[in-house]
Each structure stands twice: as structure tokens, then as C-alpha cells.
Ligand binder design. Sequence first.
Ligand code: GYE
Length: 352
Amino acid sequence: MKKVFAMMLTATMSLSLAACGNSGQSTASATSPAATNPPAESSAQAPTPAPASGKSANDKLVVGFAQIGQESGWRDAETNDIQWYAARATDTVELHFADAQQKQENQIKAIRSFIEMGVDVIAFPPVVETGWEAVLTECQEAGIPVILVDRGIDANTDDSLYTTMIASDHVWAGEQAAIAMNDLLGGSGVVVELEGTVGASAAVQRKQGFDEYIAANCSGIEIVASQTGDFTRAQGKEVMESFLKTYDKIDGVFCHNDDMALGAIEAIKEAGLKPGEDIKIVGVDGVKGAFEAILAGEMNCTVECTPILANQIFDTAAKLKAGESVDKWIMSADEVYTADRVTADVVDGRAY
Ligand code: GYE
């Protein structure tokens, strides 16, 4: 795992350096979150002294981003996109980036530090759906608009506590995965489910979309087990191993993200079975690793959820700073990739 982080760090740093080289600036350094401790904060440019109180006295658009952590390739792609954007836009944008290392308390600490700094806009993907009232109320009292990114908060939370959400439709993704699974199994079979992080909207809603679609439309499909693999490849593999030991016959696995699907592929191979053939595999995200697996015949489908959100995040933040209103949900346009759509060109064209 450490090795992977180290490689990602290198990748992020070289991206940043390349960006700096292009702009001729040497101060820009969108430091990888891997290099920091929770809720460590790094700036996309030389630190600007924070105003004593209130909003930023800075002409630049000052954004605080409290990232969840590094649980998946998808998350790293999102982080890289945001840091790369900020590193190229140091004339107009100042990014303060924190890595909460999967902990809600660290995200809350980071958000509080952004309030203290008086940033213009705060953006973050809520690691879980609940427990945000207090800190969001503090943002509101400080007059700082909040953009939820890629995950939402619990529907019972007062939605005036955030300004907008930039995210995919996770219920739709679950439904699309169910449609694909039903097709792959010809309408009947035994299915297991690898869930994302417990309490995360991306997991709750993907499960809802999948389970409800199957219950309503696929009487021949039985979901015999559903367990969290926390959106990580390692836990996806572990949970799939235990499913394979428990159930004599599994026809399909729905994985709430591609990283867990890649872990499940390893477990299926180690059990002497053929992933993609003996057991059909449907994931969510659309990362390059999943496309490669589909091309190799070891995975069957991935429902895209784009991590390329930086443009929208900074454009929306600029509008909010200017006092403009924006939609409450800025929804990503995603696509379903079944094997017939995944050619070598599609794989090569995937940047993350
Ligand atoms: O699908 C998963 C990640 O919140 C949409 O989180 C995001 C999800 C994404 O770790 O891979």
C-alpha cells in the first residue's frame, strides 16, 4: 500500500512540477496529501497571511478543500485533478488542501481551520452522511458558502446548511449496475455485493439503487450477501475471499467501486475461478484499471462516476464568491461501460 502511495506522490509531484514549469512559477506546489499529517494543510502557492478575522482580503479565489483521504484510485484522481488545476491557476486561485486520512473528525478540524483562515469557499466530500450540522452551521455563521463534492449528506440534515453539491447520481449508478448484472446473468443467479464505506452516501445510494432495482425487476436474481469493503482494493479482496469460502456458488458480484472489483478479481483467481466468466463482475467509477480488466475479459462492466471535477468546483466557487446563485445539485454526466464499449482506444484514452 505504502508503495502505491509513494508512486502516487511522485505522480502528483511531477504533475505539479510540470505545471509549474509551464507557467514559469516556482512557488506553486500542490503537495500530495500523502506527504502530510491529518488534518495537514498545504497551499497551492506561497502561504498568504490569513486576515485576522472574517472573509479573505485576497483578490484571488481562496478555496479550502478537505479531502477524505486516499482510499481508492478514484479518490487519487480527484485529488490530482484539483491540485493540478490549482497549480496551473496560481494567478487567480489559492487552494488550501487538507487530507483527513479517512476520518470525519479530521475533515471537521480542517473545515474549522478554513473558517479561521477566512477562505472564500469551503469544498469537501463528506466521508459519511451524518454528523455535519455543527460544523456546517459554523460555516454558515461565518458567511462561507459550502460545496459538497462527490458525496452528499443525510436527507434529514437541513439542506440550507450547504450551498450546492457537485456529484454523480449514485442511485442511478446502482440501478445501471443492476441492469447490467441482470443482462450478464440472463435473468437468474446468485449475487454478492461489496459495499463502500459504511454510512457514505456513495455506498448507501448505490446499494439502494441496485437492491431496489433487483427486488422490483429481477425475480430470478438473489442477493445472498452484502458486506463493506470500505472502498479499498485490499478489503474488497478480503471480503470476496470470505464470500467464496461461505457460498458454494456465486454467479455475480456487484462492487460499489472499481478498486474493490479489482480486489475481488484477485480473490476469484486465487480461488481457481475465472473472473468475468465464472463470476460476472460489475463495478462503479470507470478508472483505467477497471477498463484494463474489462479489456482482458476479467471484468464485465463499470458504471462511470467522474472524478474530474476541478473545473466545476473552481467555476462554482468563483460564482459563489461573486454572489451568484447556482443549482443545488450540479450533477455529473456519467456513462455505463459494458465490455462491448471498452476497446483498446477507450483504455488508452482514460487518463486516470
Ligand atoms: O466511487 C470511490 C471513492 O465518493 C464517489 O469514493 C466517491 C467514491 C468513489 O472512494 O471509489
